[in-house]
Design a protein around this ligand. Structure first.
Ligand SMILES: [Ca+2]
Ligand SMILES: [Ca+2]
Length: 465
């Protein structure tokens, strides 16, 4: 009985101590769901004195404060792309444990690519400031290994910050997790990408129009479904590299376009044979057809039907793929939604092919972090359409376009561009079931010699009115 009373009194004293300490902290916020401390997030140039003064003022590395729960931790975590991502309510930081031992210049490019890919649906990953890195260390100390895994606590000792060292150009401050100290450096260290904000941005999925204008053409008993794509303007390309130079293009005339990729059923009716590598059913897309093969097919198809079928131009293709959207994918920016909209290189493919599992040190996995159910190509129309009602514009098989390949969009016409008048390679668009997150976007460009056949490239029909 006496013992219980003593414990209760001690617990009461502890609660009072914790409450007082938190109240005494001018940075402590007490609104649920918000960060408990406000931390500088923008890079600064700091001298040795400024760093030490800041750490002292903040109480970092002060065991008394740690025990009093200065950074009492509230966090959630989830696994994204094989990494543990932590949403840390104490500091207001989202962070994940990634690689180790990278030079700062290479690391800055690595983070650029991370943002290009939209890791975890976010595009604002960065290196922490000294204060942020130190706050993560405080959490580690006061909570043991509560949310930092074994590799982190054993191996990861020093992490980069984004703050420059005042008197040494090219050096950044590095926080030593093991010793609780800070020093300037320019040699490789470990790193923890962070971002401010505990929520993943909301992505609105495309809504197919209620009244699609469609028609179908019968080719010897095979129904070919076409969707009307209206004239319009759009922003082609992106500003994120890969020679895509974002700029406005006008498509001055509407056109009919295959709702699906050309199927093996249609190819066989027109050509009499089936060159495809994946022969799992007639409703699968035809592949292993060269650009030249496609021209033969189109001539025969037009002779059979009296139609004016052709390939899409590269500009028409991207216009139709985007269908009014401006993100990396026609469903928005989040790669983890890919498996609803496209047969891509997914986790099932990652497991199937050991060579995909060989990763260059610190490189993010290239596959989409979801399961679409297909290691190779899938029957056409197995996934949700874009806002024009077109299926498989990204993924499944990549699609030949009519253009000779440009090296760059610069100096190309802004109305109905048709590509150069000559060249050695023809444009391929749309990525395939073998494409990961970088090569799987609306603006991604590829080209192949017109005689090349491969199991990841097919095509889609266009027809002028
Ligand atoms: Ca797949
Ligand atoms: Ca496709």
């Amino acid at each position: 009985m006496g013992k219980k009373i003593v414990i209760a009194i001690l617990a009461g004293i502890l609660v009072v101590l914790i409450t007082q300490t938190m109240d005494a902290d001018p940075d402590a916020g007490l609104i649920a769901g918000q960060a408990r401390v406000s931390l500088r997030s923008t890079p600064a140039t700091l001298s040795e004195n400024e760093v030490q003064e800041m750490l002292k003022r903040r109480g970092f590395y002060d065991n008394t404060l740690n025990r009093a729960g200065h950074f009492a931790n509230e966090y959630e975590s989830r696994t994204i792309y094989g990494n543990q991502v932590v949403l840390d309510h104490a500091t207001g930081l989202m962070w994940f444990q990634s690689g180790e031992g990278m030079g700062i210049r290479y690391l800055e490019r690595w983070i650029e690519e991370l943002n290009w890919r939209g890791y975890a649906g976010c595009h604002d990953w960065r290196l922490p400031t000294v204060e942020e890195a130190a706050s993560l260390l405080e959490n580690k100390k006061s909570n043991g290994d509560l949310y930092i895994d074994a590799k982190f606590s054993v191996g990861l000792a020093r992490i980069w910050t984004c703050d420059d060292v005042g008197d040494r150009p090219g050096h950044k401050w590095v926080v030593n997790f093991r010793e609780g100290s800070v020093h300037g450096s320019q040699v490789p260290h470990d790193f923890l990408p962070v971002r401010s904000g505990l929520t993943v941005p909301e992505i609105k999925p495309p809504v197919p129009p209620a009244n699609l204008c469609t028609k179908s053409v019968d080719v010897k008993g095979v129904k070919v479904e076409l969707v009307w794509v209206p004239a319009g303007e759009f922003m082609v390309g992106d500003d994120e590299g890969y020679n895509t130079f974002r700029h406005k293009v006008k498509i001055s005339r509407g056109f009919w376009m295959g709702k699906y990729e050309v199927t093996q059923a249609l190819w066989m009716k027109v050509m009499g044979g089936n060159p495809s590598a994946v022969k799992s059913g007639e409703n699968y897309p035809v592949e292993s057809v060269s650009w030249m093969d496609c021209q033969d097919f189109l001539r025969k198809l037009n002779a059979l039907t009296g139609g004016k079928f052709r390939l899409l131009t590269e500009a028409e293709w991207e216009y139709a793929c985007r269908a009014g959207t401006e993100g990396r994918f026609f469903w928005g920016m989040d790669p983890s939604l890919a498996c609803q909209y496209a047969n891509v290189s997914d986790l099932s493919r990652y497991r199937e092919y050991p060579y995909l599992q060989v990763r260059i040190k610190n490189s993010p996995r290239k596959e989409f972090d979801c399961e679409d159910g297909y290691v190779e190509s899938a029957p056409v129309g197995s996934f949700k359409p874009n806002a024009f009602g077109l299926h498989d514009m990204l993924g499944n098989v990549a699609e030949w376009c009519s253009d000779w390949a440009y090296r760059s969009y610069k100096d190309t016409p802004s109305v109905d561009p048709q590509g150069p008048s000559k060249g050695e390679r023809r444009v391929v668009r749309g990525s395939s079931c073998g494409s990961g997150a970088v090569g799987g976007t609306c603006s991604w460009r590829w080209s192949d010699p017109p005689s090349r056949r491969n199991r990841y490239t097919g095509f889609r029909l266009a027809e002028d009115e």
